[in-house]
Structures are given as C-alpha cells and as structure tokens.
Design a protein. Structure first.
Length: 522
C-alpha cells in the first residue's frame, strides 16, 4: 500500500514547491503530481508544509526511550530523531550505574539497559519507540569504567583502555564521542587525554561533541582554545554543545577555529536560561565525583558544612556566569526527595525563606535528602534578546539542539518547546530563516553531520522521516511558568514511512530505530 501526503508545500534545503509525496517501504518513492491509486492511504496536507523530520542534536531523552508522553512532546515539535549520550555521561558502555547515579536528575532511569555496550543501547530502541535515537560514546562514563572515581590524570595504560572502549562503541554504531568538561569525571580529563580518545573518532569519520570547559559566556575563549588543541592533535571534526554566549563572542570564536583549520559546528537553543545538576555549581568537583552515599554523609556532617560555607561558597559569588545574586538565579526544577516537592518552581532564595532556613543550609539539605538527584533552571547574567539569538542562529554551522531534560515537575521549557519556537519566532515572526533554511539547520545539516544516512531531504530514495506543519499555527506553548505546555501546529509525523502522530494523536506503531552511524561495520 502506498501512503500519499497530498497537496502540501514540500520544503527542504533545496527549496519549496507544491507537490504530493508518495511513500512505500519506509522510503520516499515519488514527489510530484501523483494520480490517486486504489488502496492509497492519504493524508491531506493542503495549506500545510511537508518537511523532513527534525534532528535534535542535543537531547537528554536517553532514559525515556519508551515513554509515550516524551515521544509525543517531541513529535509535536516535528522531531523524529534525537542524538543521545550527551555531556560525557550516559548508560553505555558499562552497566549504566554511573549515569543512573550521577546523572539521574538529567537522563532519568533507563527502563531496561543494564549492560551490553552501545550495541545493546541502540538495540533497545529498535521497535520500542516512535523516535530514532543516535548515540554518542560518553567519555565521562568511559573514564568512570576505566579510572573509577579518580580525580587524577589517566595513566598511559588507562588512556589506551579508554580509547579501546571508544573504538568499540564507534564500531557498534555510535555517531561520535561526547565530553562534559564542567561535570565529573570529565572535568579531570586533560586535553591530551581527550585528544587520545578523539583519535579513533577521527579515524571513523565521526564527530567529537563537547560541552566545553569553563562555563561558556565570557569564559568561552579557554574552552575554544582547548578544542583547537584537541582537533589539531587528533584530526577530529568538532561540534560544540549549547554554545551560549553573546553573538559577537560566538562569531569570533568560530572564526578562530576555522582559521586554525578546525571543522567546527555548534548547536544553540532559543532560550536564555540553562538547566543543569544543582550539585554542579554548588559542590566542589572532588566531592561530587564520590559515590552518592559518601557525598550525602559529608553534607550531613556539621564540620564539613562549615568548611564548605567558609572555603567553597564564596567562590560561587565570584563565578562570572552566576555572581553575587546567584541565590535568585537558580530555580528548582526536579527534586528527588518527595518531602521537598513543594519547592519545585521556586528559586533557592524563595525556597529557603519558605523553609525558614539559611539558603546555603537549604541547598545542602535538599541535595542530601535527594541523594543529589536535583536539577535546576539557571538564569544567566546576559539575557540575550530575540535579535541577538537570531544573529547566533544565522551563523554558519548552527544546528538545532534543545538540551531537553524531561525529568522534573517544573522543568526547563526547552524540552517541549524548542523546535516549535524556532519555527514560530525565527521563521514566521522574524524571518531569521526562510523555511528551506529552517529545514537545513534543523534536519539536513544535522543528519549529514552525524552520519544518519539518507535523512533530511524530501526526495525519492530518502528515508521517509517527515513532518507536516501548519506554518500559520505552529507555536511553542511551554514557558518558564508553565513548562509542560505542548507545542501546537504539527499534527502529522512519519518515521520510516509510518505515521507515528496522525491527526494530533499518537499512533500505535513503533518504527523508531537505534540509528547506527553510516559507514559503521555493524
């Protein structure tokens, strides 16, 4: 049976034209004026645009592969593929315990992965999701597997063992390597250690994806310099995660990399606030790297609390991205302790006042009670206006990434709004992108960059990962005050030629795949 998307405006990086799209066997077979045939299954697309499905190049849906609400939230934005394994921490390789502990407030708990490496993680997706998942080998997880909880430099033998795990993950289909150099244990890795892990990435033609070191914003020069060194030593192509800084800083740093011969791309999302583990800015890294029970014991020790208050917390006030008013810049998004559910959506300052305690004590109390399972929305000192974000999204090499975190009672709205917001604000309202440019930034270029095969174009022979959008109605509904709002204007989405969202309802089929990197020997 043939599925026909009839009467819509076909949009991809090649342009726009009115045409029908015929689909069979998971691929696009025809684009043009298609006479009806007996048995056709037809979706009426008149007044709507048919685009290639979007690729979220920075997602934290790792543990939500089978969660229907998460799948729906992404499909309603036109997302058909996510790139997981971000920021250097996820489940594979190993048994998943490191990510399940340290990153529990970011990626959630995987429904059934308990080991087996990248092959097992990708295999867990096949037939269990309406979305495709690509995966990056997470360097922090690799380091934890080889070096344990060490904060010291890796030995040559340890570095070789880590590189072997990276090579294995790439052979099993991973699309690249990720680091999170403000998280543990990534923050303890030297540039030369990372370059050694990037050598097999370069050999495979994959991508090194980095949450770079140093806090971004005005501090980005140090992180960019390190990236240039890693690229020059390893030869790897580079992708910078969630590059948030002023537009002129991003422009200057990207030009610096390109002048140095570095093949670099980046993602940035259409919001000014970030979201991360509460422990990341509030606890010393040498403490955070310890097992949760060790950290909790320290946080409940009056002497250790006194030491943190005296020696550590003053440094937070000097942090360039937070500053002296940091207590009012951190909003609690997810708290793993049920007794603190009342604090969701409050700033640390407001929550401490309601609890009748000191803000530092409150912060340590909530971390201890939750066994560190707390994430928070982080305001930034420079609140970029729409015009500045538009300048960032116009940069060569920009791709769409949400950094979406789905765990939490009051999460960041980017998880449910990013891609609809791109279309509403940066296509329809400001004209930053034309519709074909939007398709290029959000689908075609990401699919090519990450080796996702023939995805990202509405053309015969290409995989039928497609979405149908009402260009006048598409909009994000999630806000900082109401972060669970569902995007509107996208009601029909196909994955591998099968309708997974039809007429606004989630369909029963699960054609999603663990996408193995094109060219991998799997």
């Amino acid at each position: 049976m043939r599925l026909v998307l009839r009467g819509g405006t076909v949009v991809d990086d090649q342009g726009m034209r009115t045409a029908d799209v015929g689909i069979a066997g998971g691929t696009i077979t025809e684009v043009g004026d298609l006479p009806p045939q007996a048995g056709d299954d037809t979706i009426d697309c008149r007044g709507r645009y048919v685009l290639p499905g979007f690729v979220d190049v920075h997602s934290h849906a790792d543990g939500f592969i089978e969660d229907e609400a998460v799948q729906r939230a992404l499909l309603k934005q036109g997302v058909t593929t996510v790139v997981a394994g971000q920021d250097g921490v996820s489940y594979a390789p190993g048994d998943g315990s490191y990510a399940g502990g340290y990153f529990a407030a970011i990626n959630g708990a995987h429904p059934h992965y308990r080991g087996g490496g990248v092959a097992a993680f990708l295999g867990a997706v096949d037939g269990r999701s309406r979305l495709n998942y690509a995966y990056l080998v997470p360097a922090g997880t690799v380091r934890a597997e080889v070096c344990g909880r060490s904060s010291g430099p890796a030995t040559p033998s340890q570095t070789a063992a880590m590189a072997a795990l990276v090579t294995q993950g790439l052979q099993e289909g991973a699309v690249g390597l990720s680091t999170g150099l403000d998280y543990v244990p990534g923050i303890f890795a030297t540039a030369d250690e990372i370059a050694a892990l990037c050598a097999p990435v370069a050999d495979a033609g994959a991508v090194y994806v980095t949450h770079m070191r140093g806090g971004y914003e005005a501090n980005s020069a140090a992180g960019i310099s390190e990236i240039a060194h890693i690229a020059s030593v390893s030869g790897a192509r580079i992708h910078i995660s969630h590059f948030h800084a002023q537009a002129h800083i991003i422009d200057a740093q990207l030009r610096y990399l390109r002048d140095a011969g570095v093949d670099a791309t980046f993602d940035a999302y259409p919001y000014t606030r970030g979201c991360t583990l509460l422990a990341m800015p509030l606890l010393p890294h040498e403490l955070s790297v310890q097992p949760a029970e060790t950290v909790v014991k320290a946080l409940n020790d009056p002497a250790e609390r006194a030491r943190l208050r005296r020696d550590w917390f003053p440094s937070i006030k000097r942090n360039a991205s937070l500053g002296p008013d940091w207590l009012s810049m951190i909003t609690l998004a997810h708290i793993g302790a049920a007794g603190y559910a009342w604090a969701h959506g409050l700033t640390l300052e407001a929550a401490a006042a309601r609890a009748g305690t000191d803000p530092i004590d409150f912060s340590l109390d909530v971390l201890a009670a939750s066994r560190l399972e707390v994430n928070a929305v982080m305001a930034v000192r420079h609140r970029r206006p729409v015009a500045e974000l538009a300048a960032i999204f116009s940069q060569e090499g920009h791709m769409g990434g949400s950094d979406g975190i789905f765990i939490g009672a009051h999460p960041h709205p980017r998880a449910r709004g990013t891609f609809a917001r791109y279309l509403r604000q940066y296509v329809r309202e400001t004209g930053t992108w034309s519709w074909p440019q939007a398709a290029a930034h959000l689908s075609t270029a990401p699919a090519a960059r990450f080796g996702l095969g023939r995805r990202g174009r509405v053309s015969p022979g290409w995989v039928a990962d497609l979405m149908v959008v009402d260009p006048l109605a598409v909009a994000d509904q999630a806000t900082y005050d109401d972060p669970l709002g569902e995007s509107v204007g996208i009601d029909d989405v196909l994955v591998a030629g099968q309708a997974v969202l039809r007429g606004g309802s989630v369909a029963s089929g699960k054609p999603g795949m663990g996408l193995r990197r094109a060219g991998a020997p799997w």
